[in-house]
Design a protein around this ligand. Structure first.
Ligand code: 4UU
Length: 578
C-alpha cells in the first residue's frame, strides 16, 4: 500500500471537478479566479483565462448539440476524434466535448490516414476535430473508412490558425468547402438547457479513449472514466510540488498522449497554474520559451534531457535561470543523464540555486501516474520512480499467475490496483481479461524492484512494447504492415537501446519471399534499405525503422508460433559486437 494518506474518491464528472465555481464565489472557476490565465500560445502570445475556457467549452457543447451537422453525432456517449498537435483550441475542444457528455478519442497528430482510419473505426467515432494541417489526412481517412465525400465533409470540424476567438491574430480561411465547419462556427450560438448539461451523475462513464498496445498485440482503445481522472488529479498532488504562487508550466509534450492529457491539460488547471503551449520541440525555442514566459516547471521525456545535456544552441543557458524543475516520464531515465544535465545547467548558473530533475511512471491504462519521485528526494533517490501514490496498491509478482510475490528487494512484474486503473480495453473483453485479474490487479508488463524505504525502480520490460522517445511502437503493428510488403514472407520487430539518444529504436528482421534474390550481402543490404524507405510511406514518424532492417532466413518462433523476441535481441547484441 501507499505511504500517503488516501483521498476520498469523488463521484463527480471531470467538468464539475474542473469548472464548478468554488466556495469563493462566482468569479472563481474551481478554486481560482476566473481572470487567471489557463493556456497561453507561445507562438502568438494569445491566451485564454479560466473563465473564458469554461465559457468556450459550454458554448462549444451547445454548438455541437444544436448544429444540424454535428447534432446527429453529439448525443451523450457518442465518440469524437481529436487529431491535432497542441494548440489553444485543443483544451476548448476537449472540454467542450466533455461538457456535451461525449467521449473523446485522442489521436497522434503524426498519424497517417491509414493509422487514423483504424482508430476512427475501432473507437466508433463519428465527428472529427482536426487542425488545418491535418485536413487532407482526415479527408483521406474518411474516404478509406468508406464514408461518401459529401457526408465526410459534414463530419469534419476544423481548428483553424485564426485565433480571433481567443483575442489572437486573424488568419485567412482554410480551403473553402461547402460544408466544412470551423470550431468558431459552433461558438456563441446559445446556452445549454439544464437537461442538456452533463453533470456526470455516473462517474464511471468512459470519457477518454487513448490507444495502447498493452503487453501484447496491436493498439487497443483504453476506456478511461471520469473517476479515473478525478482520482488521478488528487493523488498526483501528493508528490508534485505545489503549482501556486506564480508557477508556470510548459506544455510541450503532446496533449493527445495520456501523459499530456493528465499532467498538462487537467492537472495544472486544478492548481491554478497557466500552461504555455508549444507545438513542436526545437532545442533553442524550448529554452527561449522557458525564458520568455518565466516557466517554472517543465514536463519532458528522456531524449529532451539528452539535448539539454549536449546541445550547443546560442540561448541554451537561458533555461538555467528560470525552470526550477524538470519532470521526466514515459521511458527509462538513466542516472548518468540526470547527473550530466544537472552539472551542466547548474554550472551555467554559477552553481546557484537548485534544479530538481525527477521522474514519474505510469501507463495509459493507469490514467496514467502510479509513481512519482518528489523533487525533495530527487538527488537521494536518483534513478527511482518514487513511492506508490495514495489510493493505490502494488504487487511485485514473480510468476504469470500472480501466485508468488517477489522476495524483498527482488525484481517482479509490477501489478497495480486502484481507482485509476482503466475500465478495460474497448470492445475487447479478452484483452481486458488478460490484463486485469478478477480481483482487479492490472499487469503492467514492467519489471520493478522496491527498496527497503518503499522506493520503486523500473529495471526491465517484460512486454513486447517498444518506446521511441516516449511514444508507443507496438511491434505487432509494424509486423502487420511489413507482411503487406509483396517481397516479405515473414517479419519481426524488436527495440534496440540507443544510449546516445536515450531511447529505443525499432529494428525489423525480415524473411525475403524469394530468398534467391537476396543471396549476396549487398543484395540483402539493398533490400533492407528499401524496406526502411518503404515503411516511411506507411507509418507515422515515431514508428520508422530507425534501428534498421536485417534480412534473415527464418524468424525464430516457439512451438505455438510466438515470435521469440529474446532470441532476436540476442542476435542484435551479436550483430553489434561484430
Ligand atoms: C521507465 O508513457 C506512458 C505514461 C507516462 C507517464 C505518465 C505519468 C509518465 C510520467 C507520469 O507522471 O504511458 P504509455 O501507455 O504510453 O506507456 C507505458 C509504458 C510503461 O509500461 C513503461 O514501460 O511506458 C514505460 N514507462 C516508463 N519506463 C513510463 N514511464 C516510465 C518511467 N521509467 N518513468
Amino acid at each position: 500500500t501507499s505511504p500517503y494518506t488516501p483521498y476520498p474518491i469523488l463521484s463527480t464528472s471531470i467538468f464539475t471537478r474542473l469548472f464548478a465555481s468554488g466556495a469563493s464565489g462566482d468569479s472563481h472557476i474551481g478554486s481560482f479566479p476566473g481572470s487567471l490565465k489557463a493556456f497561453v500560445d507561445a507562438d502568438s502570445g494569445a491566451s485564454i483565462t479560466r473563465a473564458q475556457l469554461a465559457h468556450l467549452a459550454l458554448s462549444l457543447a451547445y454548438g455541437l448539440k444544436h448544429n444540424p451537422h454535428t447534432s446527429r453525432f453529439a448525443s451523450r456517449g457518442s465518440t469524437v476524434l481529436i487529431y491535432s498537435p497542441n494548440s489553444l483550441a485543443w483544451p476548448v475542444v476537449l472540454f467542450g466535448s466533455v461538457a456535451a457528455g461525449l467521449r473523446c478519442t485522442l489521436a497522434n497528430s503524426a498519424y497517417t490516414s491509414h493509422e487514423l482510419a483504424f482508430q476512427y473505426t475501432d473507437s466508433g467515432a463519428k465527428l472529427v476535430f482536426t487542425a488545418e494541417d491535418g485536413l487532407s489526412v482526415v479527408r483521406a481517412m474518411l474516404h478509406e473508412s468508406g464514408i461518401a465525400k459529401e457526408e465526410a465533409e459534414k463530419r469534419i470540424i476544423v481548428l483553424g490558425s485564426d485565433l480571433r476567438w481567443a483575442g489572437g491574430p486573424s488568419a485567412p480561411r482554410s480551403p473553402a468547402s461547402e460544408y466544412l465547419l470551423k470550431m468558431e462556427d459552433l461558438l456563441d450560438k446559445g446556452k445549454l438547457a439544464e437537461e442538456e448539461k452533463f453533470e456526470g451523475s455516473n462517474a464511471h462513464e468512459t470519457v477518454y479513449i487513448c490507444y495502447s498496445s498493452g503487453t501484447t498485440g496491436k493498439p487497443k482503445g483504453v476506456e478511461t472514466s471520469h473517476q479515473n481522472i478525478t482520482t488521478l488529479l488528487d493523488i498526483v498532488s501528493s508528490a508534485f510540488p505545489p503549482l501556486t504562487g506564480g508557477s508556470i508550466m510548459l506544455g510541450i509534450l503532446p496533449f493527445y498522449h495520456i501523459y499530456g492529457i493528465a499532467k498538462l491539460v487537467h492537472y495544472p488547471f486544478t492548481q491554478g497554474c497557466p500552461v504555455v503551449i508549444q507545438t513542436k520541440f526545437e532545442p533553442v525555442k524550448f529554452c527561449s520559451v522557458i525564458q520568455r514566459f518565466r516557466v517554472t516547471h517543465s514536463l519532458v521525456v528522456p531524449p529532451v534531457l539528452v539535448i539539454l545535456a549536449r546541445h550547443e544552441g546560442p540561448s541554451t543557458n537561458t533555461i538555467y535561470r528560470v525552470s526550477e524543475s524538470l519532470f521526466s516520464g514515459a521511458a527509462p531515465l538513466g542516472q548518468t543523464l540526470v547527473k550530466q544535465v544537472k552539472d551542466r545547467l547548474l554550472a551555467k548558473r554559477g552553481g546557484r540555486g537548485n534544479l530538481g530533475i525527477t521522474q514519474g511512471y505510469g501507463l495509459t491504462e493507469t490514467s496514467p501516474t502510479t509513481h512519482l519521485l518528489t523533487v525533495e528526494e530527487a538527488d537521494r533517490k536518483m534513478g527511482s520512480i518514487g513511492v506508490l501514490l495514495p489510493n493505490l496498491e502494488a504487487r511485485l509478482v514473480e510468476d504469470d499467475e500472480g501466485k508468488i510475490d517477489a522476495a524483498e528487494g527482488q525484481p517482479g512484474e509490477l501489478w497495480i490496483r486502484g481507482k485509476t486503473v482503466m475500465k478495460g480495453y474497448l470492445n475487447n473483453p479478452t484483452a481486458t481479461k488478460n490484463s486485469i485479474t478478477p480481483d482487479g490487479w492490472f499487469k503492467t508488463g514492467d519489471v520493478a524492484i522496491r527498496d527497503n524505504e518503499g522506493y520503486y525502480y523500473i529495471v526491465d520490460r517484460r512486454k513486447e512494447l517498444i518506446k521511441y522517445k516516449g511514444f508507443q511502437v507496438p511491434p505487432a503493428e509494424l509486423e502487420y504492415v511489413l507482411l503487406s510488403h509483396p517481397d516479405i514472407a515473414d517479419a519481426a520487430v524488436i527495440g534496440l537501446q540507443s544510449e546516445k539518444e536515450a531511447t529505443e529504436l525499432p529494428r525489423a528482421y525480415v524473411v525475403h519471399a524469394h530468398p534467391d534474390k537476396v543471396k549476396t550481402a549487398q543484395a540483402k543490404a539493398e533490400f533492407a534499405r528499401s524496406v526502411v524507405k518503404w515503411m516511411e510511406s506507411k507509418v507515422a514518424r515515431h514508428k520508422f525503422l530507425r534501428g534498421g532492417v536485417a534480412v534473415i532466413g527464418i524468424i525464430p518462433k516457439s512451438a505455438a508460433g510466438k515470435i521469440l523476441r529474446r532470441d532476436l535481441r540476442e542476435l542484435a547484441k551479436q550483430e553489434a559486437a561484430r
